[in-house]
Write a protein of this length. Structure first.
Length: 93
């Protein structure tokens, strides 16, 4: 399942931030961290692309949100990494 990392910038007005934070916490498929400097909310969404898009659009519609930045996207499983050739020197006999 793809995972999207977000930074949600909440409004400067603390009266608008509180109800917005509660609304975001109630959304399915989202996990939030602790706000940084009171306004910057780290979050992750683990869902398919249409669900993620709908969740982001919902967050953007809240009056207490100034901006939503998608900071990274993780895919289901990482591709296998090829083994690097050995860099150890063999001792001469």
């Amino acid at each position: 399942m793809p995972t999207s990392g977000l930074v949600i910038t909440l409004a400067e007005d603390s009266a608008r931030r509180a109800p917005t934070l509660l609304a975001i916490e109630r959304l399915p498929d989202i996990a939030i961290g602790q706000p940084v400097d009171g306004r910057y909310l780290p979050a992750t969404i683990q869902a398919d692309q249409p669900t993620t898009t709908k969740c982001i659009q919902t967050i953007e519609s809240y009056a207490g949100v100034d901006h939503v930045a998608i900071t990274w996207i993780g895919l289901d499983e990482p591709a296998p990494r090829p083994h690097a050739p050995s860099t150890q020197l063999e001792s001469a006999s």
